[in-house]
Write a protein of this length. Structure first.
Length: 304
C-alpha cells in the first residue's frame, strides 16, 4: 500500500511538472526556428528566407491580389525592423500602382530622402523569354524578390544612429511590365522621381542580385564615381561576384533619377539565363550572392 501511495504521488508530481517541461522544450525549439535579430551583420540566409516568402505568395503582377499581399508583407516586415512606410499610389491604365516609401521610425518626413535604396517588387506578367511556356507568369525569385530581400535585410541591420546620412527605401511597383500591352519599363520609379520635392543625395538600385552564378558588372548609365566606390568596397571584402568591368547599358529604375541629375547606380546581374522565364525560381538564387550584395552595401553605407 505504501508503495502504491508513493507511486501515485510521483504521477501527480509529473502531471504538475510536465506542462512546464514541455513549455521550456517548446520555447527552446521554437526559438531555434526564428530569425536571429540580435546580429547586426547582413545575413544571406535570412535574405534567402525573405526570397522564399515572396515566392510563396505567388506571381506579384500589378493589380493582382498577390501584389497587394506582397505590399502588406513588406509593410509588416518594415514595422518589425523599426521602419515606417507610406504608400505612393497612382493609376496606370486603370490599374492601381503603389510604391512603398520607407524610413527608420523617427526619420520619416525629416528633410529630403538622403541616400535612397530601391528595388522593384512586381514580377513580369508573362515569361516572354521562355522557350516552352511564354504565356505563363514569371515566378520572380531573382527578378524581383532578390532585390526586395536585400533591402529588407538591410532595414533589419542598419543602425540609423551610427550613420551620418539619412536613408530612405523605395519599393517600386510596375517596373517589369515593359513592352506588354503598351506598358513602359520602370513605371513606379518614373512616377516616384516626378513626385520628388527634394532630390535624394544619391540612389542605389538593386535588381537581379541573387543569381547563384553572380556576375555584377559596372553599368554604363550609372554614375561612374559612385559605382567605383561600391565596387571598391566589394573588392576589399574579397567578393568575387562584383566584376570591375563595364559590360551593359541598361534602362532601369535608376534612369529616372539620373535624368534629374541625381547620382545613381544600378547593381544588376544581367547575365542571368532564367531572365523572364518560368525558370526564375528559388533554386537559381544563392544566399552567398545575396550576402555579397547586402554586406557590400552595409559596409559602404557605414563608411559614408
Amino acid at each position: 500500500m505504501c508503495t502504491l501511495i508513493v507511486f501515485i504521488k510521483q504521477i501527480q508530481a509529473m502531471r504538475i511538472l510536465l506542462p512546464a517541461v514541455l513549455l521550456v522544450l517548446c520555447t527552446t525549439a521554437c526559438a531555434g526556428m526564428q530569425p536571429d535579430f540580435r546580429n547586426d551583420i547582413f545575413d544571406g540566409e535570412q535574405a534567402m528566407l525573405l526570397v522564399s516568402e515572396q515566392l510563396a505568395i505567388g506571381p506579384r503582377i500589378p493589380g493582382s491580389p498577390e501584389i497587394e499581399t506582397t505590399r502588406q508583407w513588406i509593410e509588416a516586415k518594415l514595422r518589425t525592423f523599426g521602419w515606417q512606410s507610406e504608400r505612393q499610389c497612382f493609376d496606370k491604365k486603370g490599374i492601381e500602382v503603389c510604391n512603398l516609401i520607407a524610413a527608420p521610425v523617427g526619420q520619416a518626413g525629416e528633410g529630403g530622402p538622403g541616400i535612397v535604396f530601391g528595388a522593384h517588387y512586381d514580377t513580369r506578367r508573362t515569361a516572354d523569354q521562355d522557350p516552352v511556356y511564354p504565356e505563363l507568369p514569371v515566378p520572380g525569385a531573382n527578378d524581383g524578390a532578390s532585390g526586395v530581400a536585400v533591402l529588407l535585410e538591410l532595414a533589419r541591420v542598419i543602425q540609423p544612429k551610427n550613420l551620418s546620412s539619412k536613408v530612405t527605401m523605395y519599393f517600386f511597383d510596375a517596373e517589369d511590365q515593359g513592352r506588354l500591352d503598351g506598358w513602359d519599363w520602370s513605371v513606379g520609379a518614373s512616377y516616384a522621381a516626378e513626385q520628388l520635392s527634394v532630390k535624394p543625395d544619391m540612389v542605389i538600385i538593386v535588381d537581379m542580385v541573387g543569381d547563384k552564378e553572380l556576375q555584377l558588372y559596372l553599368e554604363r548609365n550609372s554614375t561612374r564615381e559612385l559605382s567605383y566606390e561600391i565596387w571598391t568596397i566589394a573588392s576589399e571584402l574579397d567578393f568575387t561576384g562584383f566584376v570591375r568591368e563595364v559590360k551593359y547599358t541598361i534602362i532601369d529604375d535608376h534612369v529616372p533619377f539620373i535624368n534629374l541629375g541625381v547620382p545613381a547606380v544600378e547593381i544588376i546581374d544581367f547575365d542571368y539565363s532564367a531572365w523572364h522565364t518560368t525558370a526564375d525560381t528559388l533554386d537559381q538564387v544563392s544566399a552567398d550572392s545575396l550576402f555579397q550584395v547586402g554586406r557590400t552595401l552595409q559596409v559602404w553605407l557605414e563608411r559614408r
